[in-house]
Design a protein around this ligand. Structure first.
Ligand code: A3P
Length: 296
């Protein structure tokens, strides 16, 4: 009985003003004391924003020429450690990051900007932030919560939607996350802020923008290889990136590589949920320079 072997789902609690679970706070001191190197690259996102997509893109841009054996045997989670993750018996993300043999080191985080270990700022590391429109993010998060036993117990869709609006999610409020990272970009020049919607619209253009931010000059052929490898259908088939090796996930409930489309929210929101959501959104998203598209 597989469900007997899985640990109980964690509870959500307030952690310095942000809803979190123990799996991302248990190793807090060590995570906060992480020693970044100047060439480290941090990939920061709110959950379900296209993290895996951009991690794989960066991984291929830097290490696409690594041996085919390594490509087929080392998962993306090992190549790009999840810094704050602490879910025994799996190795801690911070330790995996410390032990990364590659240079530069690519490191993933979902931390809100105020929780990022200070060493990343002191070392002036490059940071890639990926943002995904709120409506598709909450839909993606809902299905992820159902299939992932590291996620707290969740209610039905309408309860989940309400919780999202109130910031009662792991890693807290989407609204605060995207806004405070956006504000950080105004003062920290080594931050590249990307949108999931732009990626689905033209991944080649977004790869070009990434390369110019990172100071990379791949050939047209290399770029085309990356573009093809990170297409949704190709990633869905790729066991090293599609989450199929992660035991806490039940892909029969919902696959990790689920839809990969903009505007799937239309299949989930009722008309009245949409009206309530839009009204609330206007109250929370007052920065006129930060604009999200909910369709492309
Ligand atoms: P859906 O649940 O809407 O399908 P994260 O990696 O941050 O957890 O984000 C997961 C979301 O990104 C999922 O959204 C997943 O399908 C989508 N995604 C992953 N790779 C993608 C790709 N190559 N193209 C488009 N969407 C992708």
């Amino acid at each position: 009985n597989i469900s007997m072997e899985l640990p109980a789902r964690p509870t959500l609690f307030d952690f310095h003003g942000v809803s979190m679970t123990k799996h991302f706070t248990d190793n807090w001191e060590n995570t906060q004391n992480f020693k970044a190197r100047p060439d480290d690259i941090l990939i920061a996102t709110y959950p379900k924003s296209g993290t895996t997509w951009v991690c794989y893109m960066l991984n291929l841009l830097y290490f696409g020429n690594m041996s085919p054996e390594r490509q087929k045997s080392v998962t993306l989670n090992e190549r790009v450690p999840f810094l704050e993750l602490c879910a025994p018996p799996r190795p801690k993300g911070k330790d995996l990051a410390d032990q990364l043999p590659t240079s530069p080191r690519l490191i993933k985080t979902h931390l809100p900007v105020q929780f990022v270990p200070k060493s990343f700022w002191e070392q002036r590391c490059r940071i890639v932030y990926v943002a995904h429109n709120s409506k598709d993010t909450v839909v993606s998060y809902y299905h992820f919560g159902r299939m992932n036993s590291l996620h707290p117990e969740l209610g039905d869709w309408s309860t989940f939607l309400q919780d999202f609006m109130e910031g009662k999610m792991v890693f807290g409020s989407w609204y605060k996350h995207v806004n405070s990272w956006w504000e950080k970009k105004q003062t920290y020049s080594k931050l590249h802020y990307m949108f999931y919607e732009d990626l689905t619209e033209d991944s080649g253009r977004e790869i070009d923008r990434l390369c110019s931010f990172l100071g990379l000059f791949p050939s047209a052929e290399e770029k085309e290889k990356v573009r093809a490898a990170v297409m949704f259908d190709n990633m869905k088939q790729n066991k090293m990136v599609n989450g199929s090796t992660v035991q806490i996930m039940n892909h029969d409930v919902s696959p990790f590589m689920r839809k990969g489309k903009v505007a799937d929210w239309k299949n989930h929101f009722t008309v009245s949920q949409n009206e309530r959501f839009d009204e609330d959104y206007k109250q929370k998203m007052k920065n006129p320079t930060l604009h999200f598209r909910t369709e492309v």
